[in-house]
Design a protein around this ligand. Structure first.
Ligand SMILES: *Cc1c(COP(=O)(O)O)cnc(C)c1O
Length: 967
């Protein structure tokens, strides 16, 4: 028995989570090893992973825990968090997540294990939910177009600033920020503005804009301190100087106050959190981005739009895909990849469930209670500074603010301490009369008037001229599902249209669609994790503190880094934060001129986009025919730019799925020329337990917790992209303007500032990664790596006789993914990789990653979680498809009218009166034996992307369209 095998036996004695996480059992492992001519997993790793990169040191992780023990440990941490009534506001509000949405969406793998809807035919359910979300944002903001989510309000505001800079006719480089924007938004704007050469002016827009030339301005509506102002005059002034008006608006308030679109706003951004998404100590939440139709081609993130399928039915897909960042690369204007799909879906469903009247009722109650609170405070002699308000009051308490905030905290209520003389308080969906009375008691220092007694004095906070007149959410979808039974069925119908991991394997290279275990997911919805405000006093979040520290320790242990920042909310944000950290390091040494970033041509599209955002100039390094970095070219370019070299961004294992042997030399060349090494660690699944980025020369790396560390993809988000750094970079890691101590290593030279709205990013999904590492332990993680590599090599070996496998590493082995090449097939008979991807749908599979990193290829990553049975089913399908291609090649099947070209085949076709295809129905619908048992029926046929882009529609089609489609 090898060491790893012996330790597995011990693990099994302790617990079987490792065995549950890993798909293949011992006999299947032996079978797969045998088919590769190997006799042990250690032998597999020796053959696959270059000795030069192997880590000599163990991963210093705590002893492995069983599922029960992990849950108990997380429960103990949860119990250290104190959930108080939060009235802090600042863009985060309590909300009631309807139970039907918790159970059928948030805790339902049919929704949370889905992938980004690139394969639109198998994603119609979540695309419909996202289109509803876009419609909701359009209606509430009064704009013409909305995207399908961004990461948080602060980064959405930064994206708006960047877009305004690009599209505004003004030639100014100054951007105005209203002083009553949320402080975390201002902080993120400051971080973003610097490398872009944008000068920020902060002030009161009504007076501060005079004499200033700007390309745009950000206004908060209602303001952070509660004011509801008519923005029209300021917007007009901005337009006079050809500048854009960006408004950060509160969605619930917009049910009652004039939408920014009706005041002339050019971009409206904000968070959709209070629409049914728990606070989660900062996230994950969806941010929205809405704008004018004229700017549709400049919008960051993804847009869902309506098109038609091959049979003429309406069908949804992501619109304007050629805008996607991996195509624009260094010309990219935003690096957004993973967004917040699951949370956007939940926000849209919240509106669907409540409808316009339900939302208005909720908003009306919040507003009325705020008016009652204002009246009570007035009776007690406290001046409310804002005469206008929706849900937030700024109360003047000269010299007493701190004491009152402390007294409220004693009474179980968190308030916002604005400064020594002012207190902020924000009400929300969960605020009750009792809360208001308790708060008044605190301010009275004893018994105070009851809410009932104050009822008649309730202050009205919305100026008459700003009451919303226009209708919203008039589309039938927002009126049909208010009964829970109807909602439950609607959700099931949508879910049934899609392929997620609960149906079949999703072998997406570079995306690591592995098991998201139930035990890992459970704590996410516990109140102690989900109901904390991100700016709650630190002592109320002691459990979170422990979770962060332990998780940081675990991530350091597995990567060899010295410090971690948990702030970045996606891999792309990690890249940006990491590069900014490198720049700050250079700056601290007086090397402000270092601005060259070398990036191999094979890099993921977010790399050049992030480098550009960090103010770096991208120099592309060539790759050789094997997909490896061309070391000679790298050396030449590093030397040529040695005076100004800032960094190299390099993906490891390479984007082509191989372990490059030269990686240590590559890192050394960069260091010798004064640069730092940014390692794209999105795909650590082939490294854990085998190699540590920190040991092979990386200075900083992001880790996609939504890939290797089991946070589910959510249909395109949430994610987490924490970065690990070597000690010399730690002082520069992100901090936060509101919450102290986020970067304990921060020194006199300062940090890069904030990159996200929340201090520790999307905190509430961190228990998932903590639990995964805790339940796997060092041996289990190593075992997972071995199995990920075994499964990938097994697939490569099974498919190699049928398709060329590109880019193998030493000894002809691949790492955790393999690329198969369709270019020769396309040349021979015109069958494209897209035809194959769509034909896979008929076999019940989601296609692997298509045409990345090489056009006309599929990149297959099975992960360790897939059992041999499922992998064989997938390989059988791929091989059967190869035979179908052969028929086209030989002329036995028609070159145009064949099963591949016509895929996927829908039930509409099956039901049609006439069957005029040159192949039979069995072939079309049930190409392999056993498929009748559990057939996936794609709801639409192949979607015409071009038609939808030519006539862009990103709103819900009329109900009749759905009706006709169903006929
Ligand atoms: C997924 C991925 C990214 C981007 O991560 P996001 O979380 O989607 O922003 C970057 N690089 C590589 C190699 C990836 O696979």
């Amino acid at each position: 028995m090898s060491d790893a095998e012996r330790s597995l036996v011990e693990l099994e004695a302790k617990d079987d989570f490792v065995r549950r996480h890993i798909g293949p059992g011992e006999p299947q492992i032996q079978e797969m090893l045998g088919s590769l001519g190997l006799d042990s997993l250690d032998g597999l790793i020796d053959k696959t992973v270059p000795a030069a990169i192997r880590s000599a040191s163990a991963m210093p992780l705590p002893p492995v825990r069983s599922e029960k023990e992990a849950l108990e440990a997380m429960r103990a941490m949860a119990d250290k968090n104190q959930v108080m009534v939060s009235m802090i506001g600042m863009g985060y509000s309590n909300t009631v997540v309807p139970g039907v949405i918790v159970r059928r969406v948030l805790e339902n793998p049919g929704w949370y294990t889905a992938y980004t809807p690139y394969q639109a035919e198998v994603s119609q359910g979540r695309l419909e939910a996202l289109l509803n979300y876009q419609q909701m944002i359009i209606d509430l903001t009064g704009m013409e177009l909305a995207n399908a989510s961004l990461l948080d309000e602060a980064t959405a505001a930064a994206e708006a600033m960047a877009m305004a800079h690009r599209v505004a006719k003004s030639k100014s480089d100054s951007f105005f920020v209203a002083a009553d924007c949320h402080p975390q938004t201002l902080a993120v704007l400051q971080t973003r503005a610097r490398p872009m050469g944008i000068d920020l002016i902060v002030g009161d827009p009504e007076t501060g804009l005079a004499g200033k030339e700007v390309f745009g301005a950000l206004l908060q509506y209602p303001g952070s301190f509660g004011h509801v102002r008519d923005l029209t005059p300021v917007i007009e002034k901005l337009h006079e100087q050809k500048a854009l008006a960006v408004v950060a608006a509160d969605l619930l308030a917009l049910t009652m106050i004039t939408p920014p679109g009706e005041m002339g706003a050019d971009v409206v951004v904000g968070t959709a959190q209070r629409f049914g998404v728990p606070l989660g100590y900062g996230g994950p939440h969806a941010a929205y981005f809405a704008t004018r139709d004229a700017y549709k081609r400049s919008v960051p993130g993804r847009l869902i739009g309506v098109s038609v399928d091959a049979e003429g039915r309406p069908a949804l897909r992501m619109a304007l895909q050629t805008r996607e960042q991996h195509i624009r690369r260094e010309k990219a204007t935003s690096n957004i990849c993973t967004a917040q799909v699951l949370l956007a879906i939940i926000a849209g469903l919240y509106a669907t469930y409540h409808g316009p009247d339900g939302l208005t009722t909720i908003a009306g109650r919040v507003h009325r209670l705020t008016g009652i609170l204002a009246a009570g405070l007035g009776r007690l002699g406290f001046a409310v500074e804002n005469e206008t308000f929706f849900d937030t009051l700024s109360v003047s308490a000269p010299g007493k603010a701190e004491a009152l905030v402390a007294a409220a905290c004693e009474a179980g209520i968190n308030l916002r301490l604005i400064d020594g003389d002012r207190i902020g308080m924000s009400l929300d969906e969960v605020t009750t009369r009792e809360h208001v009375e308790r708060l008044l008691g605190v301010f009275a220092g004893g018994p105070a008037a009851t809410a009932e007694a104050l009822e008649g004095e309730a202050v009205a906070g919305i100026p008459g001229g700003l009451r919303r007149q226009s209708e919203f959410l008039t589309h039938p979808v927002f009126h049909l599902y208010h009964a829970e039974t109807e909602m439950m069925r609607y959700l099931r119908r949508l879910q049934a249209k899609d392929i997620a991991l609960d149906r079949s394997m999703i072998a997406l290279g570079s995306c690591t669609m592995k098991l998201n275990a139930t035990t890992e997911m459970e704590p996410v919805t516990w109140s102690e994790f989900s109901d904390l405000h991100p700016f709650a006093p630190l002592e109320q979040a002691a459990g979170y503190r422990q979770l962060f520290e332990e998780l940081e320790g675990m991530l350091c242990a597995v990567t060899g880094f010295d410090a971690i920042s948990l702030q970045p909310n996606a891999g792309s944000q990690g890249e940006y934060a990491g590069l900014m950290t490198i720049c700050k390091y250079h700056e601290s040494r007086g090397d402000t001129h270092r601005d060259i970033c070398l990036i191999p041509s094979s890099a993921h599209g977010t790399n050049p986009a992030s480098a550009t955002m960090a103010g770096l100039k991208v120099v592309v390094v060539a790759c050789d025919d094997q997909g490896n970095v061309d070391v000679e070219d790298l050396k030449a370019k590093a030397e040529q730019h040695r005076e100004n070299l800032a960094a190299l961004m390099v993906t490891y294992p390479s984007t082509h799925g191989v372990f490059e042997e030269a990686i240590r030399d590559i890192c050394a060349i960069i260091h010798d020329n004064g640069g730092q090494v940014y390692m794209d660690g999105a795909n650590l699944n082939a490294l854990l337990g085998v190699c540590k980025p920190g040991e092979i020369g990386a200075d900083v790396s992001h880790m996609n917790l939504h890939k290797t560390f089991c946070i589910p993809h959510g249909g395109g988000g949430p994610g987490m992209g924490p970065i690990g750094v070597m000690a010399h970079l730690a002082p520069f890691l992100p901090d936060h303007p509101v919450v102290p101590g986020v970067n304990p290593a921060a020194g006199a030279a300062g940090t890069i500032g904030a990159v996200s709205a929340a201090p520790w990013g999307s905190s509430s999904i961190l228990p998932i990664s903590w639990a995964y590492i805790a339940m796997m332990g060092a041996d289990g993680l190593t075992r997972a790596t071995q199995l990920a590599i075994l499964n990938a090599n097994y697939i490569a070996a099974r498919l190699a006789p049928h398709y060329p496998v590109l880019y193998t590493g030493q000894n002809g082995m691949v790492a955790h993914e393999c690329i198969i090449d369709f270019r020769p097939i396309k040349e021979a008979c015109g069958i494209s990789v897209e035809d194959v991807a769509k034909r896979l749908v008929d076999y019940g599979f989601h296609a692997p990653t298509m045409s990345f990193p090489v056009a006309d290829t599929l990149m297959i990553e099975p992960t360790e979680s897939e059992a041999k049975r499922e992998i064989d089913r997938f390989c059988d399908a791929m091989i059967a498809i190869r035979h179908e291609i052969a028929e086209v090649e030989s002329g036995a099947a028609d070159a145009g009218n064949n099963v591949l070209h016509n895929a996927p085949h829908t039930h509409h076709l099956l039901m049609a009166e006439t069957w005029d295809r040159p192949y039979d129905k069995q072939r079309a619908f049930f190409p392999l034996p056993g498929m009748q048992e559990d057939k996936y029926w794609p709801p639409v046929a192949r979607i015409d992307n071009v038609a939808g882009d030519r006539n862009l529609v990103c709103t819900c089609p009329p109900m009749e369209a759905y009706q006709q489609a169903a006929e």
